[in-house]
Write a protein that binds this ligand. Structure first.
Ligand code: HEC
Ligand code: HEC
Ligand code: HEC
Ligand code: HEC
Ligand code: HEC
Ligand code: HEC
Ligand code: HEC
Ligand code: HEC
Ligand code: HEC
Length: 472
């Protein structure tokens, strides 16, 4: 250390003398071209390709800017040399700026390229994957130097340029998350949290610093990882990551704020509602009324665990997926009046209005768009070429066969789904009693339709009324 300092001091002392000798030598070698002004620096001092380039000179002399300050001023604004380093357009932010000796090519963070040896290709260790880390990308927000190095505040901070290359890797907190001890062997990083060392199913958790093959979404962890109920949700239900990890899109983009931040973040999409905490979802639409399913537990979900189960065991609401039970809620509405046997008819299957899943992971069941549930109409509603329609804003159905969209029916009958007071199930609402001309104008229905009604107009053939055909 002492001898190093001594050499430095000597160099400093001799520097002006050295320049002087150099200049006089220059002069004597060119006697026929006398110069009016003494040149302070050798030829090539400004030529980046020359061995005499002042940057190279500095590199070979321990980056000793103090020596330069002697003539160019402490503030580099000219000094006794009357030659400013600042306003020449060369070092507008002083030569001590973080992009003078390294960096400055891809960005202004100071991260290479260029490296200390002025290389710009990624295959040089000094350059490597700096730009991918210090700028935001498809995978990450910008990381600061201190995730991998001790970052100096000033160029002459201790431990910065007073040591020899290679630059020292001093791991930051993020890379050590989950109690990991990351290592750098001069080529690859291993055991680094950021690259998935503590996650599962990544294909490239020990990345090569200079290799140009780019990463993909499954480099650091599976897409999704085979943890918890991922497979169930992503492979079986075809849900995208963003249902539970808001702001992410499978294969393509991440939530910059949350990705690689040292925490496994679950941020539910607005459509899902509810919350995730302590490994459990609570009050999420997807699981409706089923309480708080645990992410890592085997679920046992029957058709009434998430919706339905109150009035009957068919799965039809109530409860709806928000836990509502009142028929004035659109999710509840007139379900019970349809799926349970009543005065008019036997119970109706879900498939008359929805695609009915056989298993909970059937493709048309729980989809990414969640509520509202889709009305798809079955054959009965479309009987006699009816073109039924569900208008959600008025919560009413129009053109439905069942409610009068047929030859003798009351074709303007548009029942309201959330008005459940028997008024829309009264005789005469869907068709006349009897229907209009050309139907026989006889009101004792049972005379001609004895298998359907009795003499008091009670429906006795509940499998024959509203079944798509005229029964007698
Ligand atoms: C002994 C005084 C002295 C010292 C020490 C000195 N310079 Fe200079 N420098 C000058 C003078 C005088 C000029 C202007 C004349 C010239 O171009 O030769 C100059 C010019 C320059 C120029 C050219 C500027 C231009 O726009 O033409 C650069 C670059 C430069 N110096 C860099 C340095 C660096 C880097 C150091 C430290 C390693 C340094 N100088 C140390 C006196 C000095
Ligand atoms: C005068 C030239 C010079 C300037 C100015 C400079 N650096 Fe450096 N920097 C170096 C050299 C040389 C190294 C390599 C040192 C080594 O191998 O330890 C280096 C290395 C680094 C490293 C790698 C870690 C290390 O210390 O080895 C970081 C980070 C860094 N510099 C950041 C900065 C920042 C931030 C600034 C601005 C405040 C800056 N540098 C300004 C020359 C410079
Ligand atoms: C993801 C980790 C990482 C980050 C973040 C990072 N570096 Fe580096 N840095 C490295 C590695 C790896 C090397 C090569 C070390 C070696 O040669 O053994 C290196 C080398 C360097 C070198 C020496 C270049 C040479 O010529 O050898 C400098 C200077 C440097 N880094 C500056 C920075 C600065 C400035 C930042 C922040 C703006 C930064 N680094 C951010 C990993 C990183
Ligand atoms: C460089 C490694 C790496 C790559 C590449 C990567 N991830 Fe990640 N990812 C992680 C790490 C580490 C976590 C652990 C949680 C954390 O710290 O944010 C994570 C977590 C996640 C999470 C859970 C939410 C969270 O923030 O915790 C999702 C979703 C995710 N990544 C999706 C993606 C997608 C989509 C891509 C491709 C666009 C991708 N990842 C590429 C490293 C990576
Ligand atoms: C149904 C909700 C859900 C979906 C969909 C989902 N995840 Fe997750 N994810 C979670 C939960 C819950 C955790 C565990 C968080 C914890 O540790 O508390 C998690 C954790 C993670 C983690 C952290 C590491 C781990 O294994 O715990 C990664 C990485 C991740 N998910 C990636 C993805 C990717 C990529 C997708 C899409 C391909 C995806 N996830 C889809 C709920 C989901
Ligand atoms: C894990 C909770 C869950 C279980 C268990 C469940 N469902 Fe669902 N079900 C939902 C959700 C969430 C919706 C709303 C989905 C949408 O509209 O995309 C829904 C909607 C429906 C719909 C309306 C049509 C549709 O797809 O939107 C029918 C019909 C249905 N479920 C029948 C069933 C049957 C039959 C079973 C048993 C095989 C069952 N459900 C089990 C959560 C569940
Ligand atoms: C007569 C038509 C009809 C029948 C039959 C029917 N549904 Fe529905 N269902 C609807 C309507 C209308 C909605 C509300 C759609 C909306 O919100 O836009 C709905 C919504 C739902 C919802 C979502 C509830 C919520 O929270 O929003 C579920 C779950 C559901 N139905 C399940 C069933 C099941 C299970 C069956 C069979 C056992 C069934 N439905 C039979 C018409 C029907
Ligand atoms: C005198 C015999 C007779 C009596 C009484 C009778 N109907 Fe009919 N009804 C018929 C015949 C015949 C048809 C078939 C007409 C056709 O298909 O053209 C029919 C068909 C119908 C249809 C089916 C229309 C369609 O397009 O699908 C309805 C609804 C209906 N009757 C209701 C009633 C009601 C309600 C009463 C009692 C108020 C009643 N009928 C009394 C003979 C009768
Ligand atoms: C929700 C609408 C609706 C209501 C309310 C309704 N009907 Fe009907 N009715 C129909 C439809 C649709 C048909 C057409 C034939 C079929 O599909 O069964 C029909 C047909 C009939 C028929 C002809 C026989 C048959 O079923 O083919 C009789 C009789 C009848 N209804 C009597 C009644 C009586 C009595 C009441 C009151 C207790 C009543 N209807 C209430 C929809 C309704």
């Amino acid at each position: 250390m002492v001898s190093r300092k001594l050499i430095l001091a000597l160099t400093l002392l001799c520097f002006p003398l050295f320049l002087f000798i150099k200049c006089s030598k220059l002069k004597t070698e060119q006697p026929t071209a006398p110069q009016t002004e003494a040149q302070a620096h050798p030829a090539g001092w400004l030529d980046t390709l020359s061995d005499n380039f002042h940057g190279s000179y500095l590199r070979n002399h321990d980056w000793n800017l103090v020596a330069c300050q002697k003539c160019h001023g402490e503030d580099y604004a000219g000094g006794s040399a009357e030659k400013s380093c600042l306003n020449s357009g060369c070092h507008p932010n002083t030569p001590e700026s973080c992009t003078t000796c390294h960096g400055g090519v891809d960005n202004n963070t100071g991260a290479p390229p260029k490296d200390i040896g002025r290389h710009t290709e990624r295959t040089f260790k000094g350059v490597g994957a700096h730009s991918q880390h210090v700028s935001s990308s498809q995978f990450n927000r910008a990381f600061d130097c201190d995730q991998c190095h001790k970052k100096p505040q000033k160029f002459n901070d201790k431990g910065h340029i007073d040591s020899e290359l290679p630059a020292e890797i001093v791991w930051g907190e993020l890379s050590k998350t989950d109690g990991l001890s990351p290592t750098w062997d001069g080529t690859t990083c291993s055991n680094v949290y950021c690259h998935g060392a503590s996650l599962t199913d990544g294909t490239n958790s020990n990345p090569n610093w200079t290799q140009t093959t780019s990463l993909s979404c499954n480099s650091c962890h599976g897409l999704p990882p085979e943890t918890g109920a991922h497979e169930k949700h992503v492979a079986d239900l075809h849900l995208d990551c963003n249902i539970c990890h808001d702001g992410y899109a499978k294969n393509s983009s991440v939530n910059e704020q949350l990705h690689i931040n040292g925490k496994k973040d679950v941020q539910l999409a607005a459509a899902v509602g509810g919350t995730y905490a302590d490994g459990k979802c609570s009050q999420v639409i997807c699981h409706g009324n089923s309480g708080s399913p645990q992410w890592t537990a085997e679920g046992d979900f029957s058709c009434i665990s998430c919706h339905g189960g109150l009035d009957n065991q068919t799965g039809a609401p109530p409860y709806d997926l928000s836990g509502n039970t009142a028929t004035t809620n659109i999710g509840v509405g007139a379900h019970s009046a349809h799926v349970m046997e009543g005065d008019l008819r036997v119970g109706m299957d879900c498939s008359e209005c929805h695609v009915k899943p056989h298993e909970i992971d059937d493709p048309d069941h729980v989809g990414p768009d969640l509520l509202p549930a889709e009305i798809t109409w079955g054959d009965l509603a479309k009987n006699e070429d009816a073109t039924p329609n569900w208008d959600r804003t008025t919560a009413s159905c129009t053109n439905v066969y069942c409610h009068g969209e047929f030859g003798f029916g009351n074709q303007n009958n548009n029942p309201i789904w959330t008005k459940v007071d028997s008024s829309q199930a009264a005789c005469g609402t869907c068709h006349g009693l009897p229907p209009d001309d050309p139907h026989p104008a006889v009101s004792q229905c049972y005379l001609c339709h004895p298998n359907v009604v009795d003499s008091d107009n009670n429906i006795i053939g509940k499998d024959k009324h509203i079944n798509g055909q005229t029964d007698f």
